[in-house]
Design a protein around this ligand. Sequence first.
Ligand code: HEM
Length: 376
Amino acid sequence: MFRLLSFDRIESGCDDISDFLTFHRYDDSVTMKLVGSVKEVLGVPVGVVLQLFGEYFFTYCFENGYSEMLKILGHDFKSFMQNLDSLHALLAFSYKDITAPSFRCEEEKDGTLTLHYYSAREGLQDIVIGLCRSVGLQMFGQDVDVEVTHKDKMNVNDTTVIYHVTFAVTIKEVNPNGTVQPMKNLRTERRSSTRTSYCVPPKPIITSEDFCEIFPYHILIDDKLAIRQCGVGILRWTNVTRTTNLRLEDLFTLSKPDMTLTFDNIKRFINANYLLEGRDSEGNVLVKLRGQMVLLTRPDYVLFVGSPRLASLGEMEERHMFLSDIPLYDVTRELVLLNEQRLAEVEVRSASLSSLLLPSSSSSSSSSSSSSSSSS
Ligand code: HEM
């Protein structure tokens, strides 16, 4: 009863909306009005309301259809957070026009974790604290302590201001008896084993030429965005004749994420999905590449690894591309063919549906005569 009465009072803070719907986007001001009402009704600070909301939101998602997706995101807290950008990018297919945040983790020398949160919205860091606690507890049985250590804002392009919050994350194991124990090191057995490279003999056998053939859509750039190496597929689809002193922006414009192409921005949004577009001098798209940016051990280099983004065989034709331009290991091949098959099935189905709905002239006359006879 108390909870019902409270919720009525909370809702009355949003007089203009009588019912909240799933899959409907509400203005941020509505959310903040609700938060303000909760603060008034419960008599707790806004930060506490946002933390509780974060904790609750995670549980809500987990219990309402997203558990499988959340379970496969990462094998520990760090890898989970490192892959949240991909989760939000996937959600953007069903929730149109969302303004998703971006997360990035840094392992400190002492094994602790620094979490970076970038957002177009200011002041929501407490939601992150609540969410991280729930992620730790529900996904990994860990007690995650998150503390804000730094806040600033930056322009990532001419028009967009991004708010950046840094957190110190301390992770403690929760024992079966309910007591918590600090984790000695974030690097679990599994993590450290994936870090060890297997290379016999230790000097690389693969030459740069081999690498460029095997990975045709990679681009190695330095901190000035100068291209230091790229795969054979890259130059094939670009109209630049000069092959020296090329910079990334000579060949491509950045379509996603929404930011100016700088080395610092790439490092900030290292976990984002990248979409590069190569155009001709008239502005027509020649090629679209989707992929990821990888920070190399040498901190002044970043590697873009990607594939052509293609939706159909028609689009391949348009871009003068052949299946042979996509390596055998690249699932883009299967995706294009599967989508083509799906489109063909939709066409067949709609053709047979329209033949059912639009009977031929002879049958339509007979049906009209039958309908007129039945009406008479
Ligand atoms: C399956 C689980 C999740 C779903 C369905 C989900 C969905 C969403 C959606 C749709 C938005 C965009 C809101 C908008 O712009 O309209 C959003 C924003 C956000 N998500 Fe998630 N999310 C999930 C998990 C997480 C997790 C685990 C975190 C962990 C930190 C997180 C952190 C945030 C934050 C902080 C924002 C928003 C605000 C901002 O900074 O702009 N989300 N989420």
